[in-house]
Ligand binder design. Sequence first.
Ligand code: ATP
Length: 149
Amino acid sequence: EKVSLGNLMKEVLDESVLIDPKHHYILKNEEDDLLITGDSSMIKQAARILVDNAAKYTPEGGDILLRTGRNEKGHSFFLVQDEGIGISPDDTPHIFERFFRSDPARSRESGGTGLGLSIAKWIIDRHGGYFQVLSREGIGTRITVCFPS
Ligand code: ATP
C-alpha cells in the first residue's frame, strides 16, 4: 500500500486538534506526495504515539510541530517536535524499552505505561524505518522517523 506521509500527518493533526485544545498544533509538509510503502493505519498509530507523548510532556499552551520531508540521505521522514520537559541524556537510550518511564514522567499525574514508544518502534522496525531522537531537558524533544526506501 502506498502511504502519503503528508496526508497521514494531516489526519493525525486534525484528530489532535479535536482531542487536545490545550496545545497549538502546526503541520509543515515540505514536499507534496511524499510516498512510502507500508500499512497506513499502523504508521498512523506510531505517529499518534509520538504526538500523544508530545502533548503529555508539554505544558499547556505549548507548540507541537508535525513535519514531513526528505532528509540529507534522501530518506522520507516525519517528525514530532515539542516544547516539553525533554529527556535526559541518561534516559534517551532507554525510551524505546518496554515499561521504561523517566523519573519526571513516572511522578506525573498523567498516566502512561511506558509501552507507547516500544509499540511505535515495533511498527517502524517492520517498515524498515529508523528513529532519531533530539532532546534538551527543559527545552523540548524532537523525534524523527525515517524510511530508507
Ligand atoms: P504510554 O505507554 O502511555 O505512552 P509513556 O509515555 O510513559 O506511556 P512511552 O511512550 O513508551 O511511555 O515513553 C517512554 C518514556 O519516554 C516516557 O515515560 C518519558 O519518560 C519519555 N518520553 C517519551 N516521549 C517524550 C517527550 N516527548 N518528552 C519527554 N519525555 C518523553
